[in-house]
Design a protein around this ligand. Sequence first.
Ligand code: HEM
Length: 435
Amino acid sequence: MKPQYWFRWLSVQGTPRVVLRLQARRGDPFAELVAGPAGYTDPYPLIERLRGEGRIIRTAIAFATFDHELCRSLLRDNRFGVRTQESFRVPKSMTKLAERFPLPPNPVEPPSMLVIDPPEHTAMRKPVASAFTPRAVGRLRDRVESVTEELLDALPSDGSADLIESFAAQVPIAIISEMLGFPDEDRAMFLDWGDRMTPLLDLGIPWRVHRRALRAMEVMNDYLDRHIERLRRDPGEDILSSLVTTGELDDHALKATASLLMGAGFETTVNLIGNGVVQLLAHPDQQERLRAEPELWPNAVEEILRFDSPVQTTARTALTDVDIDGVRIREGDTVVLSLAGANRDPAVFTEPERFDVGRENAKDHLSFSSGVHVCLGASLARMEGVYALRALFGRFPELRLDGPPQRRELFTLHGYHRVPIRLGRRAAMPEPSVV
Ligand code: HEM
């Protein structure tokens, strides 16, 4: 490990960590949400407390909002740009220090499209956007269905399994790996890198977690060099081959895009499937309703996304001074946008704490964000979610928990690390329906 990575941690993670931990100890609900165990076990009571403090609030590290209308409008407001961790009130000297120690190309730093503003953003998003349109994703339908069936067939015959490891993580990783031309046998390695690198989306992570993430990043960088070289010699039908062939992106940008698509392609959908299973098992009446009205499955997936958002939060930084409800946001200030809070805003969703697969406006959630950074993979994620959940509950009508599910210790991404299940009787595969 390069010693300079320690300085990097100190500048972008260590300083906010000290502030957040001090505030959390004093009982500050925002710090508890971002840095405490409640943030990943059950964030919703803290979110409601913070909602009660106003439409936009000032916290120790940034402004924050839990309001649907405000989150949506800030996501679409060109006076705001994407967050850089450096803007979370970290002293300038510290950020300068971090800049001296660049990291390999990765999903959470420029030129990754996730963290750059137009016009550069447009140039990074456009070359891959056509692979994720609803029509392009529609062509993957048979593949998603057969991957799902193969995985369900392979579940252990003694009927007990960890849902996440054996199913929820496998559907999205199989599909995105194929889309990017990665060999099947490398999937377990990607899952491991994903596990190590996702904490980088959070703020104030410990040094040990940061170090693990950067190690994975270095290994991934070498792997992507070799993969791109292979595709250059022998291109396939996949997205990366076409980027390599057209030469639209240089190698650095190509690797940032590849790592973003890989990570975003499975680290979020695994949570949609996992959170969905846990909610449906906790609400047998909703399972019953889906058995009686299977055409509700797409809406059920929207409700799962709303009710327990796989990405809980994002942030935007003011590009100029802006007044919101009489609160002055200065250029460079960051506003944390709680997508999970917006999704439970009572001004938009009646009885927001009720899980209702028939909810008419479930689709108004902000789980895929909004504006120029709206999730590129939303159609794919929706399709994977519907097929995976419908097939799982169709094939195993007696499915139940076999112990308490364990949450991942993450703040931004929200899902389970382990969900022990008993499968029960196997039923025949239900007829595919139009999704
Ligand atoms: C349930 C699953 C998913 C959820 C909840 C989700 C959520 C999100 C959110 C909230 C953002 C925007 C963050 C922001 O505005 O700052 C985003 C961006 C993105 N997502 Fe997803 N995502 C999911 C699945 C996928 C999949 C399957 C892919 C496929 C590769 C994908 C690719 C991307 C990409 C490339 C971006 C960056 C877009 C940009 O910055 O222009 N996502 N996603």
